[in-house]
Design a protein around this ligand. Structure first.
Ligand SMILES: O=P(O)(O)OC[C@H]1O[C@@H](O)[C@H](O)[C@@H](O)[C@@H]1O
Length: 302
């Protein structure tokens, strides 16, 4: 489908992937593109107008549901990691989402000039046995004229009683070399260290660099965090609303070897920086809806 948006032609196309699952290809009319799988509502690819891939996908990734693909942006919901009774990172990333042709309106900011698709996840009878809360999770993935990728999520309580959830957009950025990148925006914040039983520490105030495994949840972070990658001459910006926490993860060499769907040396080429709400789970009363936005974009550097 070709759509005119903000004076230029954007394109939204549904294609069947080799695993039989539909993927949605978004093109912003200026050369940038993104690909979203209905499996997990997972963004698999995000490319600049020059065709550079900005997200990492492992060469060993498994494209067979229910396993989430190792790369792109899996969605962790309604649980993050092992912080609860559900399977690791919750079930949303393992489910087949549907395209929502008639979603409730979003502000013009979420549509104007953008190529976008609306996806929807609702629990099945079986899901309700494990997590007995009826919800509607609406996700809009959009690409704007400048190639910014935005994930707008709306979660509604359609149950008769309140429920709480955690959420993370587990973004695998593609980087030149983990030893060369740094993150700015997390200095002096508190973080929970997943490698030390979620103990709370305070960042020492320097930009974050990497020389071993890192698995942290930074709490109450600023709305914008940046990942500098000098060798690739680019900086990623992560701008978020409603997502107070930031997860930073790199498995380093030992854990990389233990992951079946990850190459032994691939930890050098990826860094996960997630917009998330984990430390204080979000509670919704019956009929209430929560909205979160994650916008990611890249600026060339010299
Ligand atoms: O292998 P998974 O389930 O995709 O998780 C990968 C990693 O995801 C990170 O976000 C977690 O903090 C890590 O603890 C975890 O190892």
């Amino acid at each position: 489908m070709d759509v005119s948006a903000g004076g230029h032609r954007v394109a939204v196309e549904v294609v069947k992937a080799s695993n039989g699952i539909d993927q949605v290809v978004l093109q912003n009319g200026r050369g940038a593109s993104a690909r979203v799988s209905l499996h997990g509502g997972q963004v698999l690819s995000w490319k600049t107008r020059r065709g550079e891939e900005l997200l990492f996908t492992s060469s060993k990734a498994i494209f067979k549901p229910p396993v989430a693909v190792r790369g792109g942006i899996p969605i962790c919901f309604p649980q993050f990691g092992s912080h609860g009774t559900l399977e690791q990172h919750g079930f949303a990333r393992n489910k087949i989402w549907i395209i929502d042709d008639n979603p409730p309106l979003l502000p013009p900011y979420d549509s104007n000039g953008k190529a976008y698709v609306d996806l929807l996840l609702k629990p099945t009878e079986n899901d309700l046995k494990f997590w007995p809360h009826n919800f509607e999770f609406r996700l809009r993935v959009s690409l704007n004229e400048d190639g910014h990728l935005t994930l707008t999520s709306r979660i509604r309580n359609v149950d008769g009683k309140p429920f709480s959830f955690s959420i993370a957009f587990h973004t695998y950025f593609s980087i030149s070399d983990i030893s060369e990148v740094r993150i700015e925006g997390l200095e002096t914040l508190h973080y929970l260290d997943n490698l030390l039983q979620k103990e709370c520490f305070t960042d020492q105030g320097n930009t974050l660099t990497f020389e071993s495994e890192v698995d942290r949840i930074y709490v109450n972070s600023p709305d914008v965090v940046a990942v500098f990658d000098h060798e690739n001459k680019r900086t990623f910006f992560i701008k978020k609303q409603g997502l107070p926490d930031v997860v930073v993860w790199n498995p380093w060499d030992k854990k990389a070897k233990a992951l079946v769907d990850f190459g032994d040396d691939e930890y050098k080429q990826m860094l996960c920086v997630d917009g998330a709400a984990i430390e204080k789970p979000i509670t919704l009363r019956p009929g209430e809806e929560w909205t979160g936005r994650l916008e990611i974009f890249v600026i060339p550097s010299t």
